[in-house]
Design a protein around this ligand. Sequence first.
Ligand SMILES: [Zn+2]
Length: 631
Amino acid sequence: MTQWFLKISALKDDMLNAIREDVYWIPPFLKNRMLDFVGEAPDWCITRQRYWGIPLPVWRCESCGKIKVIGDVSELPQKPTDLHRPWIDEIELTCEECGGKMKRVPDVLDVWIDSGNAVWASLTDEEMASGRYGPAEFIIEGRDQIRGWFYSLLGSGMIYWGHPPYKTVMMHGMFLDKDGNKMSKSLGNYIPIDEIKKKMGADPFRLWGVSNVPWDEVRFNEKDVTDAANDLNIILNIGSFLRRFTPNKYVDPLSVDQNLLRIEDRWLISRWNSVLKEITENMDKYEFHLATRKIRSFLINDVSRLYLKILKPRIKNEGEDRDIGLSTLRYIFFQSLKVLSLMAPHTAEYIYIHTYKDALDGEGYNEVSINMYDWPTFDLTRVDRLLEKGMVITTDIVSTVANLRQRVGIKLRWPIDEVVVVSDSTEVENTIDKLYEVIKLLANTEGVKFTRDFLSDYTVEVDEEELVHEFGEQAEHVIGLLRKMNPADVQKQLELRGYVEVDGFQVKKGIRVREDAGEFIGSWTQYGKVYIRKELSPELKKKGLLREVIRRIQDLRKREGMIESDRINVDIYTEGTIRDAVEEFMKELKDSVGAVEVHFVGEDDIPTTDKPKNTWKVEGEPLKIRITKVG
Ligand SMILES: [Zn+2]
């Protein structure tokens, strides 16, 4: 039986060259896999002895054996009813050489010939000649296609065009279950996509999916999709915040006098331009997963957890500063939605329609859909690297304060008097100077102090036996060096790395640092050591208790469905320090909860309720509250 081949051996050098020079392969190791495969590839057998498939367009003379290859249906003497078997087999040609009868070779083509010609298969000669159709910009398939589609396209393209029919090829990984097994109905680990969409939503699934490295195996894990859903909820909440609080007058943050911007506004604008630059570069290199992770992190960490938190107290006062803050958030959030619309299209569109489509006076967001906007552009003149680094140092200090509070049992909403940062870095000193108000707010402290000298009493304890056990003959040398080290530095290394490094030795065990910092407690960060007082002063304790009362009244307001502008009267039953706190900070209490009058009453004057709960023990003291709407 005769088989027909494409003579790959004659093309091989050109193919290898094209793989090396003409195609962008993602991931980069795909290039070597293609080189290996094509380098070893035999001539391509293109015939199959089957019935179904594309008929081989070759006719052979029964008398002299001459063959004729048909390139187009118009070359046949009559148009067949159908181009497939059996109709095509009925067509006979007359041999030009001997006048004999020519019959079609009954084989069909290898299906990879179909796929290899996919780029131009449906185009007419005229369309091909128009020049509008060239190599595909981008194709993507799984790793099994190295010997399949990637190869068949390349071979066909080299014959048809003399160059590859694609410019960029991405290979994706396989979709597996959470334990790393291939999903299949027979194994029972197969989850239909409709079920996931119904249960968790299309956007969370998509956002999770595109956060993964495309060429790695992707393990489906419900928790990761839930995390994506939580992120989207946080992003939706930024949208609803911007619907609830709008500037009285929109102020374009890029063109307003830059001195009117607060440092956090300049930071947000800087940060966005830095992030957008990175995202744009990632997208240009088809690193969609990196772009996705960066836009997620920007919206969650930079916008929601940081900027929004700093902005909230600002918007309590009317005026230009409030307008500038809200306008900055509106502007930057909108830019980020243009990027997010690729990764979470429904969410981005929803926010756009509900928050931006009916633009405020002075804004220009009037397109029918977020998808109608061009990709945003970054402006490096808006980037302030020092400020961005300062904010990193700030969040580091703030999260360390939060840890210290937890260690000594002081709640986050209780103000503390002072945060002390001990460091020998000018960068940290400048940061605390520039971002003083931001640190104060986020750490909920009344002051932040930078110092190079902090009076702590350190003792380094060395367990010589342990070190001899660990380092043998070198122990004496190591111990000597440890004793010469600055105790604070020893402590820093132990806290941040879990070991001390001396002369190339890593000491993990047998060394301990005791510190007596008086009334303070401290913790190392890579930028320095952060201290707070272990106990609140009586005055601050009262302020903390006041926060507890305020929080409960606000909760009651919310449960009774009141809106911001509603005014209330408050009856309170309490004793001891809480009563002192309320009396001392009466004005602050009234301002915070929108109260006209606050009265102290007896326990029995307020009926106890469960829903909403109106009776508590706070720091051991009783508290009972009733609120009534005024007017
Ligand atoms: Zn013939």
